[in-house]
Design a protein around this ligand. Structure first.
Ligand code: PMM
Length: 267
């Protein structure tokens, strides 16, 4: 899953794809690089980011979604707002990626009334304050329990089980150690028996790992580190990786996948 943020303020690619033209060109380039899905976002979930009205978010994302649908792409819309999801679905989007896991009850209705896939992500708190002091008594059990509960609620609202994907929400109300523990223990999530999506791309914890090894890095310099997480995620049974650099991630994913499969065949 390649990321197109049409926002002025996302942490890694903010401001680069604010015009429809630039966002579309970037989506097309990621498709050419081998992306299976393009995830279009119109509001940054970065801690402290400015909130955006539904109208503005719709204005940002609809032309991009429609343009990508036009060329036959599978398009995901990254939003917490039911109005925005509805406008994107109307424009042809195939997946709703909701980092609040259907936090707004109307989102379940919008999704149930169409046949979109739904990504349910775990977040502790809200984007503005989620990184202030995240804490858990039992991180893995809490994240897995939340996702199971949200998936069950989604199914009760009429969203078929085969349309649901779960995501631990790397960096969403998580400390460095929380992120590391979740990625080290992905079997907690795969055991839920839904496809798992993971978004590690260029995130702060990678900067932390690299800095501890004496390598300071800006977000856009973290693609090799991202590729390492992609390989580990695929080896751990993850189905979808959400990334900014598709060609690097695709090499890592294909390589990890081939080695995992080789180890399952008899020689
Ligand atoms: N991360 C970001 C935004 N949306 N959606 C899902 N499902 N999972 C994620 O980890 C995720 C997301 C933040 O990253 P960005 O600012 O680079 O888009």
């Amino acid at each position: 899953m390649g990321v197109v943020n049409t926002t002025p303020d996302s942490f890694s690619d903010g401001g680069r794809y604010t015009s429809t033209r630039a966002a579309l060109a970037h989506g097309l380039a990621m498709l050419a690089d081998g992306a299976d899905i393009i995830d279009v976002g119109g509001e940054s979930t970065r801690p402290g980011a400015d909130p955006v009205s539904a109208e503005e978010e719709i204005d940002r994302i609809v032309p991009v979604v429609a343009g990508l649908v036009d060329v036959g792409a599978v398009v995901s819309i990254d939003t917490m707002k039911p109005q925005v999801a509805a406008a994107a679905v109307e424009a042809g989007a195939h997946i709703v990626n909701d980092v609040s896991a259907l936090g707004d009850p109307d989102m379940a209705i919008v999704c149930a009334e169409s046949d979109v896939g739904v990504v349910l992500m775990h977040m502790q708190g809200e984007p503005g304050t989620m990184q202030d002091d995240p804490s858990y008594e039992d991180l893995l059990a809490e994240v897995a329990g939340f996702l199971k509960q949200r998936a069950t609620a989604a199914q009760a609202a009429g969203i078929g089980r085969d349309r649901i994907c779960v995501d631990p929400g790397i960096g969403f109300g998580k400390t460095f150690d929380h992120n590391m523990q979740m990625l080290h223990n992905l079997d907690w999530l795969t055991a839920l028996d839904y496809p798992v999506l993971v978004g590690t791309s260029r995130k702060g914890f990678l900067g932390g790992i690299l800095a501890a090894a004496g390598m300071e890095s800006a977000p856009h310099e973290r693609d090799p580190a991202t590729a390492a997480t992609v390989a580990l995620a695929i080896a751990g049974g993850v189905s979808v990786v959400r990334v900014h650099n598709v060609s690097h991630a695709l090499q890592a994913a294909r390589t990890a996948d081939a080695i995992v499969r080789a180890s399952q065949t008899e020689v």
